[in-house]
Design a protein around this ligand. Structure first.
Ligand SMILES: Cc1cc2nc3c(=O)[nH]c(=O)nc-3n(C[C@H](O)[C@H](O)[C@H](O)COP(=O)(O)O)c2cc1C
Length: 189
């Protein structure tokens, strides 16, 4: 079974990357395959509401989204990491959420019964809203959502700041343990 970690920041190798990588490494040590993808540098346009996907079961926009959508479909679990930008998720990640959202409706709800969790980082505020925003995406796609000992949030401004947030890492340890537990049970089911 495989877990895909999506780093939703437009900044490469930043705080979101650190948190997703840490959690994926823990899940890997539990015996599962993992893959990390950074959205930074990728071209993912917003949905244009052309509704072509209803007809041909594919997105009409020719950019980096489709390849990523296929990776998401082949994963058993997905972690989505997001920095907070102006109190919410950055536009690049929102483009991914809205297009994959529409594609799951038009191609047959293929995220149903996968496992998912958000991880959010901000310098000062906006974590809860962004965390909730991502949970709502997971919920409406039919994911099993994994809990932890707190919301999966961390503090950091400059690249690497987040490694000083020890409380966040304790939350990610618990999240990874719960993720592994559920993966094992689903594997047996
Ligand atoms: C355009 C922009 C908007 C931001 N808005 C917020 C905000 O609303 N609240 C906050 O606490 N931090 C905000 N930040 C700071 C980032 O959330 C913070 O630097 C985070 O660690 C970035 O994660 P990354 O290193 O993965 O890119 C903003 C940063 C940028 C570039």
């Amino acid at each position: 079974m495989k877990v895909l970690g999506i780093v939703g920041s437009p900044r490469k190798q930043g705080n979101t990357y650190e948190l997703i990588k840490y959690t994926l490494d823990k899940i890997k040590s539990g015996g599962f395959d993992t893959e990390l993808v950074q959205l930074a540098g990728k071209k993912i346009q917003p949905c244009t509401a052309c509704n072509t996907c209803k007809e041909i079961k594919k997105c009409s926009i020719d950019d980096d989204l489709w390849e990523l959508f296929e990776k998401m479909l082949s994963a058993d679990g997905i972690l989505i990491g997001s920095p907070v930008y102006s109190g919410t998720a950055p536009g690049l990640l929102k483009s991914l959420l809205e297009r994959t959202s529409w594609l799951t409706y038009t191609t047959g709800r293929k995220f149903e019964r996968k496992i998912g969790a958000p991880i959010v980082v901000a310098a000062r505020a906006g974590h809860n809203f962004t965390h909730a925003e991502l949970l709502m995406w997971f919920h409406a796609k039919g994911f099993y959502m994994v809990g932890s000992n707190y919301w999966n949030i961390a503090f950091g401004w400059e690249k690497g700041d987040v490694v000083n947030d020890k409380t966040a890492y304790r939350t990610l340890d618990c999240l990874a343990d719960n993720f592994i537990y559920l993966l094992k049970h689903l594997k047996e089911a």
